[in-house]
Design a protein around this ligand. Sequence first.
Ligand code: SF4
Ligand code: SF4
Length: 333
Amino acid sequence: MAKVFVIKKNFEEGIKKAYNLLSNKLSDKPIAIKLHFGERGNTTYIQPELVKALVNEIKQEKILTDANVLYRGSRTDTSSHKQIALEHGFDFAPVKIADEKGEISIEINKKHFKTIKVGSLLQEYENIIVFSHFKGHSTAGFGGALKNLGMGFGSRSGKLAMHANISPFIDTNICILCNNCKENCPANAIQTINNKNIINKNKCIGCAKCIAVCPKKAVKIPWGSATEKQLQERIVEYCYGILKDRNLIYFNVLLNITKRCDCVGSSMKQIIDDIGILASGDIVAIDQASLDLVNKQTGKQTFQDIHGVSGIDQLIYAEKLGLGTRKYELIKI
Ligand code: SF4
Ligand code: SF4
């Protein structure tokens, strides 16, 4: 049974206490704190003061990090991603974007993936603190530590591989034939036929560069092509690869819980009263405990009711792959 520490008030003091209870899992090497800095316009991302309390308690070198996203937004490229981190108050430690120097592959040989593609920054860090905002997500059911780690460290091609079973496609009604996508495609997969740019799915290697460089958002991500269960299991396989040979601890912030994730670039309503902050050395236990506490407060299967997806598949598969246990004890600190 895994221990999950619960902080109900005095959050900054509680975070420091939890870190000191868990830090024996980490070595004395530098630490990467995995965050989501919030899309521009979002107002319910993690409050920077909470992360600052943790940063101040860590003795060794530390950085704040996230990888660039798949879709077009303020976190699509490294410079604007760093800019939004600063704008949102994450200015108290160096910010490094996990894939700013490219991606690496990690062999896992699992059901969905033989290898995973993640930001190359992971090569430099054996200690990771996954600091996640727990909230709903339209296809994963909920986003907690598993999603922040697995999807969050995926490179752009890794994220596309988790989300989609097929290549991106071009909406020719929006495309202005600027050819940015064509010039940046490493596989020469974009062809102009009858004055229309089209992606040849037989040539496409799924690198997702065309999505990032299109000024008109005309390159579309086939979001619905992977089932909810596939998406969740793929996220878990990414976690499996990242967890290998690394030391990790987890914080889940159950404050400002919204229906959808912090990638939404607008203000969203909080759907339930604040619960608190959880901390654990077990990625499965902390997400299971977070989900149970949300459901206990609402008295129903909260995210199943909202999105038609409970998110339970990620927990079942993560336990099956040996990432942790769904059995936990809550310990108030
Ligand atoms: S995803 Fe990559 S390989 Fe495929 S069309 Fe776009 S740029 Fe080319
Ligand atoms: S980058 Fe976008 S607008 Fe330009 S040619 Fe490609 S799809 Fe069309």
